[in-house]
Design a protein around this ligand. Sequence first.
Ligand code: ADP
Length: 254
Amino acid sequence: MFQLTGKTAVVTGAGSGIGRGVALLFAKAGAQVIVADLNREAGQQTVEEITAAGGKAEGLFIDVSRQAEVVNAFKQLDVIDVLVNSAGVSHIGRADTTSEEDFDRIYRVNVKGVYNTLFAVIPSMKERKNGVIVNMASIASSVGLPDRFAYSMSKGAVLAMTLSVAKDYISDGIRCNCVSPARVHTPFVDGFLAKNYPGKEQEMFDKLSRTQPIGRMAKPEEVAALILYLCSDEASFITGCDYPIDGGFIKLNN
Ligand code: ADP
C-alpha cells in the first residue's frame, strides 16, 4: 500500500462520506490526520475510530467558509504536508429553481471553502518547497448532470482552481490535483432517499445504481484509495490533473 508515514494531512469534511474514508485510509497509511469538519460530533467520531485502530488523529473544528477561522486553525499546526478538500454541500435544483440564498451557500462552502484552505496552506508549503493538495471535484464539472445547477457551478470552479494552483506553484514543489467521482454511496445519499422517497428507499437506491454504467455507486474507500495514491510519493510526477472515478459514467454512458 502507498504510505504517508511521517506526514501530517489535513482532511476537510472528514466527519462524513468521502472525507471520512480518506481520513481512515490516510491513518492506516501512517499519516497524522487532522480531521477538519464543521460537525464536531461527526469529526470526533472519525478521530475516535482512527485512534481505536492505533492511528494518529486529532480534530479541528472549523467552518471552511470562514477565512480567518481557517487561517488561525492552520497556524496552530506545525506542518501540513498534505491537504485534501472534501468538505462540501450538495444541492438539487436548476438555474430557475435555485434561490439566491442556496446559490450563495453552495458557493461559500464548495468554492470559497476551497479557496480559504488554499490561501491558508500555500505559504507554508511554498516555504518548505513541498506539499500535496487534492480537491474534490465531480463529474459535474465536465458533463451536464440533471438538476445540479449550483453544485455544478461549484465543482467547475474547483477544477479551475486546481489547475490554476498547479500551474502557479509547480516550481515551489507543490502538486495539486482533483478527483471527480460519479455518484458515491455516502450518508448524504441515504438521507436524501429517506427524506424524498420514504418507504421506497431501496427501490430508488437500485434505480440510482443502475444509472451508473458499472451498475453501482462508488464506495468512499474506493475514492479514498485514488486520493491516497495521488498524495503519495509514488505520484510525484502528477500535477494539474483531474481524475474521474466514475464507474464508466463519462466515457461509457451511451
Ligand atoms: P460527501 O459525499 O461529499 O463526502 P458528506 O455530506 O457525507 O458528503 O460529507 C461532507 C462533510 O463536509 C460533512 O462531514 C460536513 O459536516 C462537512 N462540511 C460541510 N460544510 C462544511 C463547512 N462549511 N466547513 C467544514 N466542514 C463542512
